[in-house]
Write a protein that binds this ligand. Sequence first.
Ligand SMILES: [Zn+2]
Length: 437
Amino acid sequence: MASENYDLVITGGRIIDPALGFGSEGHIFVSDGKISKIDKDGPELQKEIAELPDTKKVDATGKLVVPGLVDIHVHLREPGNEYAETIESGCRAAAAGGFTSICCMPNTNPRIDNQETVQFVLDRARHADSRVYVVGSITKNGEGKQLAEIGELVKSGAVAITDDGYYVQNPEIMRRAMEYSIMFDIPVMEHAEDNYLCAGGVMNESYQSTRLGLKGAPAVAEEIAVERDISLARMTGARLHIQHVSAAGSVHAIRRAKEEGVKVTAEVTPHHLILTDEEIGKEFNTNLRVNPPLRTQVDRDAVIAGLVDGTIDCIACDHAPHLIEDKDSEFDKAPPGMIGMETSLALIKTYIIDKGYLGWADAIRKMTVNPARILNLPAGSLKQGEAADIAIIDPDMKWTVTVNDFQSLSQNSPYLGWDLVGRVTATIMGGRIVYQL
Ligand SMILES: [Zn+2]
């Protein structure tokens, strides 16, 4: 062993890799940016590691060592809105949250509905602190009227398509998008909210919206959209991925469709798992304005149950940076969205793992191998020979969220001041330490 050259050894942590079914103490050896081997702990090995001359060592004693996290729903604001986020800053935020593979949404300016813009993003991301995968637009300029050149998008590197931000209202267009998606073996990702039913809505339509005098977007807007797309996926055989599921009725529909064998997958955000519309009336914090909106406790219970029973496959942040100046307005004037990558793991630890809904292995599964599989990404596992993309987590670290914890150019987080438990302390991408607390 001593004769081999390693670039990096991560020693002494508890390694959790749900894809490999691995969950015990061990050391990870990295060479040429790849996982060279994983060895179980032992005093003899410790000694050998200590003697490795030119090898960088990261001591992970008492920590968890997991595959680099994967987030398939991120808004980088470049090109077009670089004041709110750039590809570089968004990737720094990813690294700070333990994410080594992220998928960016196409609602930039210009929109990612053509080969040149896919290429632009991939070029800009080449030296960033996270791997970036591009999700192309379903329709030209995201207007829902005319299909984008889906073949061209895939050829230039897009891994999926979505009109995220808006629902593809025209079912005929969606049908054809699904038919193309089969030809190119990619999933269609859908922001499922009927545009007519949620027109003008700024929060969930409920007792709370009536009480606060704000226009509501009803849960049924999402449920109808999900049901329609499931019907189209059943007919076409396409792979449908429902983004940011928020309503109980959507969870039930997806559960039934999966039982039936329809190829549907789903994601949920930390905020829909943790927050409800009751939070909005407390301070009218505009960082709580998101699409789809925060819903009721019944919906929250349903998305948690869906996450636990596998109806919802993965957790995705929907990291959506906006400048504080833009968010500093009346609730109904603020642009929708919140950032999320720096706080995601800690929120899941504090509110999902510590509340007994999921164990570590299942939570990590929903943040690594599951999202990677939905988009066929070469990520989410510590398999020998794969890229050394690794997150190290202190599971017990207590911390309070402040603006200093954000690498994002934006700070629109409703979690500022929250006390959380668990934190990513180091992130390694391709054998390179891209973040260290
Ligand atoms: Zn969306």
